[in-house]
Design a protein around this ligand. Structure first.
Ligand SMILES: [Zn+2]
Ligand SMILES: [Zn+2]
Length: 91
Protein backbone atom coordinates (compact mmCIF):
# COMPACT_ATOMS: atom_id res chain seq x y z
CA UNK A 1 0.00 0.00 0.00
CA UNK A 2 1.10 3.51 -0.68
CA UNK A 3 1.75 5.71 2.29
CA UNK A 4 -1.20 8.03 2.63
CA UNK A 5 -1.50 11.03 4.86
CA UNK A 6 0.70 13.30 2.81
CA UNK A 7 -0.90 16.68 2.38
CA UNK A 8 -1.50 17.24 -1.29
CA UNK A 9 -1.07 20.92 -2.17
CA UNK A 10 -4.29 22.41 -3.39
CA UNK A 11 -2.76 24.07 -6.42
CA UNK A 12 -0.25 22.43 -8.71
CA UNK A 13 0.62 25.13 -11.22
CA UNK A 14 3.35 23.34 -13.15
CA UNK A 15 1.39 20.13 -13.44
CA UNK A 16 -1.60 22.02 -14.69
CA UNK A 17 0.48 23.86 -17.27
CA UNK A 18 1.97 20.66 -18.57
CA UNK A 19 -1.39 18.99 -18.68
CA UNK A 20 -2.94 21.84 -20.59
CA UNK A 21 -0.14 21.86 -23.10
CA UNK A 22 -0.31 18.13 -23.62
CA UNK A 23 -4.06 18.28 -24.01
CA UNK A 24 -3.56 20.96 -26.63
CA UNK A 25 -1.00 18.85 -28.41
CA UNK A 26 -3.27 15.86 -28.41
CA UNK A 27 -6.25 17.81 -29.62
CA UNK A 28 -4.36 19.30 -32.54
CA UNK A 29 -2.05 16.43 -33.20
CA UNK A 30 -2.42 16.28 -36.91
CA UNK A 31 -0.37 17.38 -39.87
CA UNK A 32 -1.86 20.23 -41.88
CA UNK A 33 0.76 20.22 -44.63
CA UNK A 34 -0.73 20.50 -48.10
CA UNK A 35 0.86 17.15 -48.85
CA UNK A 36 1.54 14.89 -45.90
CA UNK A 37 4.41 12.51 -46.49
CA UNK A 38 4.13 10.38 -43.38
CA UNK A 39 3.29 6.77 -44.12
CA UNK A 40 1.21 6.59 -40.97
CA UNK A 41 -1.04 9.42 -42.04
CA UNK A 42 -1.70 12.94 -40.86
CA UNK A 43 -2.92 11.96 -37.43
CA UNK A 44 0.08 9.82 -36.54
CA UNK A 45 3.44 11.12 -35.40
CA UNK A 46 6.60 10.05 -33.68
CA UNK A 47 8.07 11.40 -30.48
CA UNK A 48 11.19 12.75 -32.14
CA UNK A 49 13.02 12.95 -35.44
CA UNK A 50 11.72 13.82 -38.89
CA UNK A 51 8.20 12.68 -38.12
CA UNK A 52 7.69 14.61 -34.95
CA UNK A 53 4.69 16.87 -35.14
CA UNK A 54 5.26 20.59 -34.64
CA UNK A 55 2.49 23.03 -33.87
CA UNK A 56 2.47 26.56 -35.20
CA UNK A 57 4.33 28.68 -32.68
CA UNK A 58 1.89 31.56 -33.21
CA UNK A 59 -1.59 30.10 -33.37
CA UNK A 60 -1.05 26.46 -32.30
CA UNK A 61 -4.01 25.61 -34.51
CA UNK A 62 -1.98 24.12 -37.34
CA UNK A 63 0.56 21.36 -37.22
CA UNK A 64 3.07 19.69 -39.47
CA UNK A 65 5.50 16.83 -39.48
CA UNK A 66 9.03 18.14 -39.80
CA UNK A 67 9.51 16.31 -43.08
CA UNK A 68 6.27 17.60 -44.58
CA UNK A 69 7.52 21.19 -44.28
CA UNK A 70 11.13 20.33 -45.10
CA UNK A 71 12.35 21.21 -41.63
CA UNK A 72 15.55 19.90 -40.15
CA UNK A 73 15.41 17.31 -37.39
CA UNK A 74 16.48 19.89 -34.85
CA UNK A 75 13.92 22.53 -35.74
CA UNK A 76 11.84 23.11 -32.65
CA UNK A 77 9.48 25.85 -33.78
CA UNK A 78 7.45 26.36 -36.90
CA UNK A 79 4.81 28.75 -38.15
CA UNK A 80 1.94 27.83 -40.39
CA UNK A 81 1.42 29.57 -43.72
CA UNK A 82 -1.27 31.76 -42.26
CA UNK A 83 1.05 33.13 -39.58
CA UNK A 84 4.36 33.10 -41.41
CA UNK A 85 3.08 34.70 -44.60
CA UNK A 86 0.79 37.68 -44.05
CA UNK A 87 0.03 37.90 -47.76
CA UNK A 88 -0.86 34.27 -48.08
CA UNK A 89 -4.62 33.86 -48.00
CA UNK A 90 -5.59 30.26 -48.33
CA UNK A 91 -9.30 29.49 -47.89
ZN1 LIG B 1 2.73 15.20 -42.44
ZN1 LIG C 1 -0.31 29.67 -37.25
Amino acid sequence: MAILGIQIPYRLPTWEDNGAYEALLRRHSRCNASECLYHGGREQAEGSGPWQLLLCSSCAAEGTHRQCSHLSNTTATWECDGCAGPGYQHR
